[in-house]
Each structure stands twice: as structure tokens, then as C-alpha cells.
Design a protein around this ligand. Sequence first.
Ligand SMILES: NC(=O)c1ccc[n+]([C@@H]2O[C@H](COP(=O)([O-])OP(=O)(O)OC[C@H]3O[C@@H](n4cnc5c(N)ncnc54)[C@H](O)[C@@H]3O)[C@@H](O)[C@H]2O)c1
Length: 270
Amino acid sequence: MSGRLAGKVAMVCGAGSVAAGWSNGKATSVLFAREGAKVFAIDNEIGRARETVEAIRAEGGEGDAHAADVSVGSDVAAAVAACVARHGRIDVLFNNVGIQTVGGPEEIDEATWDRVISVNVKSMYLACRYVLPVMVEQRAGAIVNNSSLTSIRFVYPCLPYSVSKGAVNELTRSVAMQYAQHGIRVNAVVPGLMATPRITKRLHDSDGDGYRDKLKERDDLIPLGRMGDGWDVAHAVLFLASDEAKYITGIELVVDGGLSASVLGKAWRD
Ligand SMILES: NC(=O)c1ccc[n+]([C@@H]2O[C@H](COP(=O)([O-])OP(=O)(O)OC[C@H]3O[C@@H](n4cnc5c(N)ncnc54)[C@H](O)[C@@H]3O)[C@@H](O)[C@H]2O)c1
């Protein structure tokens, strides 16, 4: 532990992983704990949060698992109250929950639209609604929201997802500006093509053993030569959550291996 979050309490919403391996929320939770934070790991699938906490404790870190659907106000209020009852404060909030669906306006039905917007955007509003009073009282806090490259570039048709992530960017800016006066920073990470368990599982489910070729195709698009992973996101979130970023608020930190800087649709090779 090098102590970049020593003595801090970090609430992570969506701390689990949909499949074995290192999702953004799981990797970030473990990295937070390595840096000295006490992690309050929230997930609507409690078994997933527990797996993350087991990984934290196996390394000698501190963490607790808590079940909550963060798109439901009463669940979020109860989770915040439980974290404050346990630790007395909340220094870092990582809003990581996001669900994805493929399709445009004709393919996506109304119920799916409502669900994606609710889980991806309302959840972050609710977490801010209940955590900000705690941070205002402390006169300090750092919030990091997980957005997506689809919020700023077209990647493929995933309309409610990309629209929800655009809203996450604006929520980030707006809350950052309103709460700067209270010493609270709010930033977003914008991951590009990441080989997290959710993505590799989806490719495996659709392409069987051919999923490795699909991953290679994606690697070849990236200027830095590979898809990112949960740890790449975790390190960016850690930076924004830590005091090293104490003069940074209201930004979108793109974590995409250079993908969004290129108009070629593939990496340049001499
Ligand atoms: N994986 C990528 O390629 C990628 C790229 C860009 C952005 N992101 C963003 O990263 C975030 C995490 O994605 P991932 O693939 O690493 O994670 P994941 O899907 O493996 O894990 C997300 C966790 O959130 C939990 N969760 C889902 N809905 C919830 C709810 N309503 N309440 C509480 N918990 C809930 C799930 O149970 C799961 O454990 C998402 O916001 C996603 O949009 C991912």
C-alpha cells in the first residue's frame, strides 16, 4: 500500500463483476483498498460485491459488501446511511453502475429505454443526492462517475446507452460547478474499448472460440495496440479520487489508448 487514499472511506456503486475477472468496479475497489481506503462495496447482486470484498481482504485491505439497487432512492438512502453508520464519513464516491443494450430507436423498446436511463443516470443523481450532504458537512469529497467513449463518439448503435453516458458527462459538469464552493470535486472517466469480463463474455457467448479473433480485431483498432482493462480504468479513477487531483474538477478523463484521437478507424503502423 502506498497510501494515496490512506484513512479515506470510499463508496463504490457497482463494485462487482458480471463474470470472473476484473471489471472496472472490482479492480477500482481493490486498488482503492491497496491505497489505504476502507471500501464500502455496493451491488444489487450481493454475491458479486462479496467477491470483491473477499479479494480486498485477501490482500489485507478493509471492505464491506452492501446490497442495493442504486436506481431505487430508498436503497441508495439506506446504503449511504449504512456507510455513515459504519465509518462516520464518505470521502470518495465512485458511480460505476452502467448497463448496455445494443440497438437504435427502432430496435430499442420503450421499457428498455426507461430501464437504461434509470440505471445509468438516475442512479448517479440518487447517489449524489444522498452522499453530497455528507460531503458538504465534511467540506471535502471526490466523486468520480463512469461514462463511456460512446458519450462523445459514435462507436455502434446503442442509443439509450450512449445518450445516458452523455447525460452522465453533463451531470458531472453541473454538479462539479455547483459543489466546488463546498470543496467537493466531481469528475468523469470515459473508457473506450475495454476487455472487461462483461465484454469478453458477450463476445464468447456470440462467437464461441472465435471471440479471440474479435478481441484481436479490437486490439488492432487501438493506437496503443490493445484494448484496455479494468485496471486501466481503476488507475484513472484512483488519480481523480486522490488528493493528487485536488485542482481538477468537472472534467472527462478519456481512457481509450488513443482511439478517440484517431479518425482512421484503425491504428497507424509504419
Ligand atoms: N467494459 C467496457 O468496455 C466499458 C467501456 C466503457 C464504459 N464502461 C462502463 O463501466 C462501468 C462498469 O462496466 P463493467 O463492464 O466493468 O462492469 P460489470 O457490468 O461487470 O459490473 C457492473 C456491476 O454493477 C452491478 N449493477 C448493475 N446494475 C446495478 C444496480 N441497479 N444497482 C447496483 N448494482 C448494479 C452489476 O451486478 C455488476 O456487478 C459501466 O458504467 C459501463 O458503462 C465499460
